[in-house]
Design a protein around this ligand. Structure first.
Ligand SMILES: Cc1ncc(C[n+]2csc(CCOP(=O)(O)OP(=O)(O)O)c2C)c(N)n1
Length: 356
């Protein structure tokens, strides 16, 4: 018998959970402005998430998926992307969306059930938040095909949860992206849980990154709580995509330190001790320690930063709460170019509410 294929999956990490370098940092990490900007964006995301959960709890917003503990994945990739790239987000990417230019008010509006929350004033070509699990992977592959067809020098980034990697949509998107050598980066936010289903019950594969091998391209694991590693891996993958060398799959290992969404109670299936030990690895403290150790940050700056963000978030919340309501027909108004006849009754019903 002969071996016809072999593969390996590499793991990228620069800072340990205490913020101490375990290998030489990538070049961009010598620029303290970049490190500070990554840090600030993670803090902003955490404060925003806490406020959004509070709004839901007080009946002022719909269901919300916090990214508590996973801020480094969104922020690292958001920083690596160029403005002209295209983002097809899933529902836990607010940290990256802010960096793309989506406003806090728009994200609040989206989770408040307002269609205007998907009509970004900022990145006009980025996709709206995808809630149907893994559907965004197909959008990303389709978009990447268009980019290649038009010979444009940009790339698409999409994200998916660990549970999403069990879906047909994920495999189909990866398969075609590999076959057509498309400029797309798939990022798995492996937070260990798909609502109450733990990773071990989700799949028998040793890594999720190796799912790329079957599609014919490279998969890599990164410490998803190390924003430097995420930023570096995504930047490398985007460079490869733009140079015509095809897709990459990045599995970012992290942990969901919160309920799945505000509609869930994680205490029913996650032991408190699991969460407590996962807090040791959380991403913000790690970079904070590094910055403090290198005299790049101080307690006073931390206070000032949090104060500034609180004011920014409060202003976005008031804007959101003061948005004039949309007509009821807006639920359907933007979906179709030409109106399907089977929806006419519903449209009329909604119209009647608006005209009452
Ligand atoms: C097609 C589809 N099926 C089921 C759901 C219900 N659902 C919402 S989130 C979720 C779990 C997703 O877990 P994972 O992909 O690991 O992402 P995470 O939420 O943990 O970030 C499910 C099953 C859905 N939104 N879409």
């Amino acid at each position: 018998m002969t071996t016809v294929a072999e593969f390996k999956i590499e793991f990228l990490q620069y800072l340990d959970s205490e913020g101490k370098p375990i290998s030489t940092l990538p070049d961009f990490a010598n620029d303290s402005n970049i490190l500070l900007s990554l840090y600030k964006e993670m803090v902003k995301t955490r404060l925003f998430d806490a406020k959004a959960v509070a709004l839901q709890r007080t009946g002022k917003m719909g269901t919300f998926p916090s990214s508590l503990g996973q801020e480094a994945v969104a922020v690292g990739m958001g920083h690596a992307m160029a403005q002209e790239d295209i983002f097809c987000p899933y529902y836990r990417d607010q940290g990256a969306m802010f960096m793309r230019g989506v406003s806090m008010q728009e994200i609040l509006a989206y989770w408040g059930g307002d269609e205007r929350g998907s009509d970004f004033k900022g990145p006009r070509q980025d996709f709206p938040i995808a809630v149907p699990v893994a559907s965004q992977c197909l959008h990303a592959t389709g978009c990447a095909y268009a980019i290649k067809y038009r010979k444009e020098k940009r790339a698409v980034v999409t994200t998916v949860g660990d549970g999403g990697t069990s879906k047909g949509d994920f495999y189909e998107a990866m398969n075609l992206a590999g076959d057509w050598n498309l400029p797309v980066v798939f990022i798995i936010n492996n937070n260990q849980w798909a609502i109450s289903v733990p990773l071990a019950a989700q799949t028998h594969t040793k890594t999720l990154a190796q799912k790329a091998i079957a599609a014919g391209f490279e998969g890599i694991q990164v410490d998803g709580n190390d924003v430097i590693a995420v930023r570096e891996a995504v930047a490398r993958a985007l460079k490869r995509a733009k140079e015509g060398n095809g897709p990459t799959l990045i599995e970012a290992i992290t942990y969901r330190l919160c309920d799945h969404t505000t509609a869930d109670d994680a205490k029913r299936y996650i032991e408190g001790a699991c969460i407590e030990s996962a807090w040791i690895n959380e991403p913000i403290k790690r970079l904070y320690n590094y910055l403090m150790e290198h005299n790049l940050w101080s307690k006073e700056q931390e206070e000032e930063l949090k104060q500034g963000f609180s004011e920014e978030i409060d202003a976005a919340v008031s804007e959101y709460l003061n948005m004039p309501p949309q007509p009821a027909t807006s639920i359907l108004a933007y979906h179709y170019e030409s109106w399907p006849t089977n929806l006419q009754d519903q449209w009329d019903e909604l119209g009647a509410i608006d005209n009452a």
